[in-house]
Write a protein that binds this ligand. Structure first.
Ligand code: PDD
Length: 285
């Protein structure tokens, strides 16, 4: 099945799908995006993603290209046309096309693009069973990391730094030596007392939808957690480390920089939390 992309009202073969050279997303990274998990053909946490999308648009004063109802219908159609059973949908909205000039243009129609991609659950499971390596890098981003903006250059540099060291992800560290989040994931530790810890949401991190759902599941199950920032030292000396995102779900980390976490295998709490999250996705799909 060949891939189909949605571009401003049209379903096009992926290779022919394109955007104008003066789209403000291309010239200024003036746009926002979402990545939604698909399990068994169903979207996970659709409402959470919609809410965050509307919030990001609002913060940047970009008009929604349409109401949520029709947008969700297009999302379903993109999933269907691409035959995605397990995978992701990528959705991007930019301020639109206008002659290059920094201030917001007047009367510009926002541009909407969607793609969908299959992801292998088996591959994800194999990765989780082995656990992944993480490196730490300075957080060089701006003060509005709560907006899911397509302006991702610091995140790209962080992920490349990880790749250069054969690591899966880079956890970013603020000027006070506290971990903020991964380049495309939220960061978690389990301390030596067995307490699950993740940073509270603020303008310094993205409010991950996976993070929020996992916290809700933990609350339901009576698993204790603490919402607070943690230091790089706490990260290095944690009993367990894991990360969350729409593409990674809950993923155990077995090494951070030169520090082997636990015995170098995924920790039991991380493995349990991944299963809790996978069950949540199965139930929601
Ligand atoms: N990234 N933090 C950052 C900086 C992110 O870019 C993401 C998501 C997350 C996790 O959010 P969620 O659980 O809602 O996926 C945290 C997506 C997957 C991406 O850029 O591909």
């Amino acid at each position: 099945m060949s891939r189909i992309a949605y571009v401003n009202g049209q379903y096009l073969p992926h290779r022919h799908a394109s955007i104008h050279i003066e789209d403000r997303g291309y010239q200024f990274a003036d746009g926002v995006y979402e990545v939604v998990t698909i399990v068994n053909g169903k979207m996970i946490d659709e409402e959470g993603h919609m809410e965050r999308l509307w919030r990001s648009l609002g913060e940047l004063q970009i008009d929604a290209p349409m109401k949520a109802g029709p947008l969700k219908m297009i999302m379903r159609e993109v999933v269907r046309r691409n035959g995605v059973v397990n995978g992701i949908i990528y959705l991007q909205i930019t301020r639109g096309v206008a002659p290059r000039d920094h201030p917001f243009p007047k009367n510009t129609t926002p541009a909407l693009v969607m793609t969908a991609k299959r992801l292998s659950m088996d591959k994800s499971e194999r990765t989780a069973q082995a656990g992944v390596n993480v490196v730490t890098v300075p957080d060089i981003r701006w003060d509005r990391c709560d907006i899911k903006s397509v302006s991702l250059l610091p995140n790209v540099l962080a992920k490349q730094a990880a790749k250069d060291k054969n690591a899966y992800e880079a956890f970013q560290v603020d000027k006070n030596g506290m971990v903020t989040e991964g380049s495309s994931t939220n960061a978690w530790i389990v301390n030596q007392d067995g307490k699950v810890i993740t940073r509270p949401t603020s303008n310094e991190i993205l409010a991950g939808i996976t993070r929020a759902s996992l916290l809700r599941e933990l609350e339901k199950k009576g698993v204790e957690f603490e919402l607070r920032s943690f230091t790089v030292e706490e990260l290095h000396n944690a009993r367990e480390v894991f990360l969350t995102s729409s593409t990674s779900y809950v993923l155990p980390v077995v090494k951070v920089d030169e520090h082997v976490i636990g015995n170098g295998n995924p920790g039991s709490i991380s493995v349990t939390l991944r299963q809790i999250y996978r069950d949540f996705m199965e139930d929601a799909s």
